[in-house]
Design a protein around this ligand. Sequence first.
Ligand SMILES: Cc1ncc(COP(=O)(O)O)c(C=O)c1O
Length: 447
Amino acid sequence: MKRENALHEDVNQAGLDAYWMPFTANRYYKSHPRMLVRAEGAYYETDDGKRLFDCLSGLWCCTLGHCNPAVADAIGRQAKEMDYATAFNMGHPKIFSLAQRIADLAPEGLSKVFFVNSGSEAVDTALKIALAYHRVRGEGTRTRFIGRERGYHGVGFGGMSVGGMMANRKMFSTAMVPGVDHLPHTINLSQMAFSRGQPTWGAHLADELERIVGLHDASNIAAVIVEPMCGSAGVLVPPVGYLQKLREICDKHGILLIFDEVITGFGRLGANFGAQRYGVVPDMITFAKGVTNGSVPMGGVIVKQEIHDTFMTGPATAVEFFHGYTYSGHPLAAAAAHAALDEFEKGGLFQRARSLEPVLEKMVHELKGEPGVIDIRNAGLSAAVELESIPGQVGARARKVFDRGIEENMLFRFTGDTIAVAPPFIATEDEIGRMIEALRTCIRAAA
Ligand SMILES: Cc1ncc(COP(=O)(O)O)c(C=O)c1O
């Protein structure tokens, strides 16, 4: 095995075979193994002593940078005080106060928080709340969901079904949740390539919702779910007016609107949530990732008061919603989230993300004209550079950029032939500049 001497000693003893890695080309990885062994601030350290700038904040989650001391201390203290607390018919103080803090950050009217442990669970939970809500209020025929092409809503059966990424769906096509339609995605390079921020073309694509309503009748449709900005598909930015139109059409037909803010929640767009950034209030918001700075898994759904209250009927001793997870509201996650929220507030970090947005926007768009670059997009403190695919080898060019990035001390993320960057909010202008210049070098090397 290459670089064997450099591998961490646990791996030298056990080998790489037993671990089936998620969303990874396992055979390629295991013949080119790379280990991250330490992290601090905006940097990872590899087993062979490289210091890599974390261009995607982990997987969009470590927005404060890694190993934030306040978060680490809070987790350590909580692990000694109470490691686990059952969430069913019992509670612990930190999770109640956390729910209130999260509700306070959400748009007005979204005031109840249901906790889960990941983005996928948050999405499945939101879909189940939508179904049960309509049923409880006597519209049990509303069972259909509408997602969007190229949307990513995690890998549970619900999220996969409303999601629109072909590779994540094709192996499971007959096992999808039934009754799902998809809006068209909003990317059209001939109309909007190299837009800075929100494209001005494309609001009319929301009218497709009317067509789907016309096909099934609103009385059968429970909810529409979209990411305000699609992160995983490569920073697809909503056209000006598009989300507003979706909201209007949902309102007209009594359809719930769910914003999946697993990536956009907690500051990535320079606001608490994408809902506030784009000025559209959904009925539910899903979150995960940044809420604990990625340190302990946690997710959740923020729900409109009226939806929650609809469930609060029947005898007070009856369970109102038969749903939850062993680790819902986990004390370590709650402690980590409180500490992360304190740090966001103390450092004014959502505002910092907003003020770094024009810096990243200017620099990343200077990559226009580099070989193979067919689009550049940006929103908040995130951006994507789309490369022309080599015919028959989708992803090959971006993988070259990724591999070369490591030589340049950058950990990039690629999906298909798109490279996304979303640095931690603590990144400096210099670091953002170095990241973009390294990306330029890598793009040229991959040409
Ligand atoms: C918008 C969105 N929803 C859901 C998920 C799934 O989250 P998880 O991987 O925590 O299940 C992701 C993950 O990237 C996401 O970006």
